[in-house]
Structures are given as structure tokens and as C-alpha cells.
Design a protein around this ligand. Structure first.
Ligand code: BGC
Length: 710
């Protein structure tokens, strides 16, 4: 890695004012400003988070890159190591293409399942999102490419995204909406952080000194660069003053002029500008490859946007290795929600007549729309992958027509009623002739796209009609569901023998789905977000998207499972849920005080694969204060481990809980407080499938007084 500092700081400070001011905004859509006189090249940034998107040189035409499962799918893996591997692969591709900063990961919380960008985000829980983001950042940065943690902060809806003001109390912000950022920064020190579009308490994030200076710099000690979301800066002088370092995209010198004028007029302290300029320089320095040059990194030979990769170019990107990794990551995300009577896995050798139904089996939904969309290198389709395993005589009927899409948009879903009926009737015939049907349904792209929120949690009407007609047939029905965010399942849920959620699984999803259906691979995913029974049950219902561009987070800290648990609301599938083809036993929990100064304790238990197949389980540890004096969720995720075990095998799993993990943010005293008293610790397979419990009671110092089983 480039030694630091590489650029002479004294020379930087003595640059003409205009030149320093120019450094704190970009050039064009994706570059930073170069200053050859001091040896500073431009850096190129490119989108993530689940594959490299770069459109250098050509408007809206991209260089092919490996499409990995999107954020919510990666969230469902609960696998720190795997997320790190995926991120390192994306970093490697960025390196080969010459992109130095990758605009991801995204760790915004899912306040409502209607948020159009939920597919990009890991979870409704800050611990899960923050831990996975930490692994992601370390993975990207291990390749010498900078990560850009986004969107800081409270960007939880797309409606009015550039103006909406989030009105939330500080406790809610600190515990829920800032916490994943804090954890990720503490764990992995991203070289940049991207501020969000929205306002918080009336002040745009890009100009919010509480957010960018008090919280980020002073409380958390963050030393990297703060980059704006694209066009999120309204007043460049106010932004620099508040702690922003780099405005993106470039403004053709307009912002630099305003900033230089403000310094000359004594409205902006020059040392504040110097500090921002230094942080931009440091970001560029950190991302320079070993053989640094003023021209910056060089793009792999001949790769141009919009063109197919040649074999040697694909090899330079690591395309086949990364495709295999994308498949593995997709398998790890596949979440088996329901499996009545062991309907899955299917046995390809059983000779059962199979039918595949649904347009998504031929045209899979592998990603969402907007800045995260990549041009995938090689897409596996589920239908061909299923036929490869179960034979070419597997029948197929589309059941509904999938409109064609671009990366950003989708044509309207077909409304020709006669055609709709014909496709459904044909699918019913195919289902009748089969002994098992595998039905592919899911959300349309238009429901999972940047800059727009969803209006419903239901599947498209045409798919609901298809499912209703198929349910009448009586052939056992496996539903394969593609969605990057929660959906409701009425009225078809009970008619499905099995429901396998693929999420938006990236370019190798088709192969992964087929492997999971036939038990060649195990479904390893667990929900990183609750699937509610109905929209009216969700935490932000009636408080979203707000009014007059103001949104009040009056549900406070109770989002996701915290809300459903506190309000005792039944859900379709709880946070953390996901079935396995095998079964696990949890036993012998022990708690022991941790010896180090952080305080807290370690919880240890035995996990045993009690079934007959190899498989994985995500062991989840939840903590709840028994008699809180402030509103607290009954339980909050405070630890998790993914264990993979052979049949009959067992292992001890240990998870650490610090005193900080038991704390809440005390607004009156403006600090984290760990109340003395009793806490219950539950370990289980989901937030509502708790298998073993212990309780601890804490003294004032957060040290366990007594450790005992309940
Ligand atoms: C998105 C960011 C993205 C940026 C650059 C913005 O519209 O909100 O997530 O990184 O564009 O493409």
C-alpha cells in the first residue's frame, strides 16, 4: 500500500486558494480533481455495492462485471467471512478496471419494507448490518480499493429523498439509525463515508455539523473522507464548514469559486478548507496502486463500456472465479421459509414429473434498479439449471409475461387480459400433468428501484391470479420467491408446500436455486428482516412517507422485530428465520464473566446437528433488560455465529456480550448507560424461536453480580 503521506502536505497548504477549493469537489460524475504540480492524480470512483458499476466515458453504458447477490441477500447469509470474500472480489474487479473507490456498502436501516432501496441494504438490525459492513469494508480495502460507507444517515425512504427531513429523537438516531455506521467504522475504518440526501432535524446531511463533525469525527474519531451523495450538496460553503470533504459530482468550478470567495470574505476559515483538502488527498493516496503515477491507475487492456469481454479480459477480472463465488454467496443467502412435510429437497432421481412455471424462471430478477445495477458477465437461468440437474423433460410454462427491463427501468407489466388468461390456463394445464410444480414469482423491478418507494407489499396481481389458479390444481407446489425486501403472502401462503426465498441473488442465482431445490446445496439463509403479515402491522405504518416533506420517526427505537415483539404482533416470518434440511439442538448454555476491562460476559453453548444431512445454523443471541425504566425492545440481537456441522457433529459456540451491548442512549445525560439489574439472554434460531436462556444481573459498574440459569 502507498506510504502515507505521499503528497507533500506543506506544498498542499501553500497551493493557491482556488486550487485547494477545487480539490473539495469532483470533476465530472466520477473523478476527483488532479493537481499534477504536487504529483496528485485524479481518483475514479464507481458504484457498488454488489458489483462494480462504472460508466466512464460513456453515458449509462457500463463495463461488464460480476453481479453478486444484493445487500439484503448478503445480509441473509449472516456470514462475515463470505461477505468479506465477495467484497474482495468486487475490489479486485475495481482494481482491474482502474476504479479506486467503491461506493458501498449501504447500511441504512429498513424502517419500512416499502423503501424502494431496501434490496441494497443488509438488515433492519444495526448489529447485523454493522458487522457485515465491517467485513465488506475490510474485504474491499484488502485490494487497495477504498470503500465508501453509505448513506450517512437516516436515508430510509426514497420518497422526497433529497428534501425529506427526518424528525427523530437522538436516542433513536444513536441506537438504530447511526449504530450500524458506528460499528462498521470502528471495525474496519472505511476510507470514505457518503452522506445522504435527506435532512435530519431540518438540516441536510451534507451540511449537518452535528452529524458530520460532532458524531462522526468527535464522538467516533473518524479520520477518513466524507463524500456527498450525488448532488446532495445545496450550499458548498456550509457543507465544508459542517465537515464535508468532497462534493460529488463536479460542478465545473462553481462550488470552488463560492468556497474561495467565502474564505476571502472571512466566512469560511481557511484551515477548515485545508483539512477537507487534506482528507481528499489522503483518500486518493490510499487508493493508489504500488506503481503510483500522476495518471493514476490504468484500466485493464482494452476493456470498454458496453462491449462484451474477451476471454483474456474476463480472465483479467477473475470472472469465472467470481461467478463461482457469486453462486456460493447466493446459496448462502437462499432462505427456506416453509417446508411442509419435507417437500424440499426434491430428488432428481425419483422420476417424478416436474413442471417449472413462471417467467422469472427464464428471466430471473437478479438485482434491483438504480445506481447499484451492474451489467452482469454471465447470467445463469433457473430453468436451464434445473433441466441440467433433472433432465430436459422438465416441463415449462411462463404463466405470466415478464416485461423487458433496462438497468434503471422496466416497461409496464402487460395488461392484455386475454393474453394473461391464456398464459394462466396454459400453466394450469402444465401443472396438471406434473407431480410437483416449482413456481417462480416475485417482485417486479419497478418495486425495487432507487428514487421510488413501493406502494404495496403484495406480489403483482397477475402472479396472485396465477398462484390462485395453480392452487386449485392440487399438484404439490414449491414457490420460489425473488424479492429484495419483505412481501406479504396472502392468500397463497398456505397453498405452498414449500417457499424458498432467493432474494435478488446476482448472476449465478439460477444455478444456486437449482442446487438448493435438489439438495445439492443446503439453504443457508436466515431473514435479516421481518416478513410481516400485513402492511398495517409494520412499524412506520401511518408515519410513512410523512407529510409536507417531514417524516416523524415516532415509533422511536422500535423498528423491525423490536416493534413486533414490543407490540406483540404476529408476523409471517420473524427476523432470523430460515429452515434447514437438517435439524439442530441447542444445549448446555454457560455464562462466565469476561476478565478484560470492557466488562461484560461470554455466553457459551453446545450446538449439535441432530439431523441426517450436513447443514448450517445461524446461532443468534438476544439480550433484553427485564424491568427497563425506559422503552426498550424485549430483546435485541447482540451476537451471532454461523456454524456448519456434519450430521451428528457438535461444537461449542461462544459469543461475547459487553456492557456496552446492554446499554441504551440516555438522552438526558447524552451518553450510553448500562442500567444495573437483571437481563435475560436468549439464544435461538430466530427472534421467535428461542431455544436456551440464561439470565445475568449487573451491578452498577456493568459487572455481572451473579450468573445463574433461570
Ligand atoms: C446514489 C448513491 C450512488 C451515487 C453514485 C446516488 O444517486 O444515491 O448510492 O452511489 O448516486 O452513482
Amino acid at each position: 500500500m502507498t506510504p502515507d503521506p505521499y503528497i507533500d502536505r506543506a506544498a498542499l497548504r501553500t497551493l493557491p486558494l482556488e486550487e485547494k477549493a477545487a480539490l473539495v469537489s469532483g470533476v465530472g460524475p466520477y473523478h476527483t480533481h488532479a493537481i499534477p504540480a504536487i504529483g496528485l492524480p485524479a481518483a475514479e470512483v464507481g458504484d457498488g455495492p454488489h458489483g462494480l458499476r462504472t460508466e466512464t466515458g460513456v453515458e449509462m453504458v457500463w463495463i461488464p462485471s460480476t453481479g453478486f447477490p444484493t445487500g439484503s441477500a448478503l445480509g441473509a447469509t449472516w456470514d462475515r467471512g463470505l461477505v468479506g470474500e465477495v467484497a474482495a472480489a468486487i475490489g479486485e474487479e475495481a482494481r482491474a478496471i482502474g476504479v479506486q473507490v467503491l461506493l458501498g456498502p449501504g447500511v441504512n436501516m429498513k424502517r419500512t419494507p416499502l423503501c424502494g432501496r431496501n434490496f441494497e441494504y443488509f438488515s433492519e438490525d444495526p448489529l447485523l448490518a454493522g458487522e457485515l459492513a465491517g467485513s465488506y469494508i475490510s474485504g474491499v480495502q484488502s485490494t487497495g480499493v477504498g470503500a465508501c460507507l453509505k448513506h450517512f444517515a437516516a436515508n430510509n425512504q426514497e420518497t422526497w429523498r433529497t428534501e425529506v427531513s427526518v424528525e427523530a429523537d437522538e436516542r433513536t438516531l444513536r441506537e438504530i439509525y447511526l449504530e450500524a455506521f458506528r460499528r462498521a467504522i470502528e471495525a474496519a475504518d472505511p476510507w470514505s463515508v457518503m452522506c445522504s440526501y435527506n435532512r435530519i432535524g431540518g438540516v441536510h446531511a451534507s451540511q449537518n455539523s452535528w452529524l458530520l463533525t460532532e458524531v462522526l469525527r468527535e464522538d467516533w474519531g473518524y479520520l477518513g473522507a466524507v463524500v456527498s451523495d450525488w448532488d446532495a450538496v445545496h450550499d458548498p460553503v456550509a457543507a465544508v464548514r459542517a465537515g464535508l470533504d468532497l462534493e460529488m459530482p463536479g460542478t465545473d468550478g462553481r462550488s470552488a469559486g463560492l468556497i474561495a470567495d467565502a474564505v476571502r470574505a472571512g466566512e469560511l476559515d481557511e484551515t477548515v478548507l485545508d483539512r477537507a483538502a487534506e482528507r481528499v488527498v489522503r483518500l486518493v493516496e490510499r487508493t493508489l496502486p504500488g506503481g503510483r503515477s500522476v495518471e493514476g491507475p490504468v484500466r485493464a487492456e482494452g476493456i470498454v463500456p458496453g462491449a462484451e469481454l474477451t476471454d483474456s479480459q474476463a480472465a483479467a477480472l477473475g470472472a469465472s472465479r467470481h461467478h463461482e463465488l457469486a453462486r456460493r454467496a447466493s446459496v448462502a443467502a437462499h432462505t427456506l421459509l416453509r417446508n411442509e412435510g419435507g417437500a424440499l429437497p426434491l430428488d432428481p432421481a425419483s422420476g417424478r414429473r416436474l413442471a417449472v412455471i413462471g417467467g422469472f424462471a427464464e428471466t430471473p430478477r437478479i438485482q434491483g434498479g438504480g445506481s447499484s445495477g451492474v451489467q452482469p458477465i454471465q447470467v445463469d437461468t433457473p430453468l436451464s439449471a434445473i433441466r441440467r440437474i433433472a433432465g430436459d423433460d422438465v416441463a415449462f410454462a411462463p404463466g405470466y409475461a415478464v416485461p423487458s427491463t433496462t438497468f434503471y427501468t422496466e416497461e409496464a407489466w402487460p395488461t392484455d387480459l386475454d393474453e394473461r388468461r391464456r398464459l394462466i390456463a396454459e400453466a394450469v394445464e402444465v401443472a396438471r400433468a406434473a407431480e410437483t410444480m416449482i413456481v417462480f414469482v416475485g417482485l417486479p423491478l419497478s418495486d425495487e428501484v432507487e428514487a421510488l418507494d413501493r406502494t404495496t407489499l403484495a406480489l403483482p396481481e397477475v402472479q396472485l391470479e396465477l398462484l390462485a389458479a395453480l392452487a386449485e390444481v392440487g399438484t404439490p407446489m414449491i414457490v420460489v420467491l425473488a424479492a429484495g425486501s419483505a412481501v406479504t403472502m396472502d392468500p397463497w401462503h398456505d397453498a405452498a408446500d414449500a417457499i424458498l426465498l432467493t432474494w435478488l441473488g446476482g448472476e449465478a442465482m439460477g444455478a444456486a436455486t437449482a442446487e438448493v431445490l435438489f439438495g445439492i446445496a443446503e439453504p443457508e439463509g436466515r431473514l435479516g428482516e421481518t416478513f410481516p403479515l400485513r402492511l398495517a402491522d409494520t412499524p412506520a405504518y401511518g408515519r410513512f412517507p410523512g407529510k409536507d416533506r417531514l417524516v416523524h420517526y415516532s415509533e422511536g427505537v422500535l423498528i423491525g422485530y423490536r416493534w413486533y415483539d414490543a407490540k406483540r404482533i404476529d408476523v409471517r416470518y420473524p427476523f432470523g428465520h430460515g429452515l434447514s434440511y437438517t435439524s439442530f439442538e441447542y444445549s448446555d448454555p454457560r455464562v462466565r464473566a469476561a476478565a478484560d476491562p470492557q466488562g461484560g460476559f461470554e455466553v457459551e453453548l453446545t450446538m449439535r446437528n441432530s439431523g441426517s444431512r450436513p447443514g448450517s445454523e445461524v446461532v443468534q443471541l438476544y439480550v433484553g433488560e427485564l424491568e427497563p425504566t425506559v422503552v426498550r425492545a424485549p430483546r435485541e440481537l447482540r451476537g451471532f455465529e454461523k456454524v456448519r456441522l456434519a450430521p451428528g457433529a457438535e461444537t461449542r459456540v461462544a459469543m461475547r456480550v459487553t456492557a456496552r451491548d446492554l446499554a441504551y442512549f440516555d438522552e438526558a445525560r447524552s451518553r450510553w448507560t448500562t442500567p444495573a439489574g437483571a437481563y435475560r439472554i436468549d439464544v435461538g434460531a430466530s427472534s421467535r424461536d428461542l431455544r436456551v436462556s440464561v439470565s445475568v444481573s449487573l451491578g452498577d459498574e456493568g459487572i455481572p453480580e451473579a450468573l445463574r440459569r433461570p
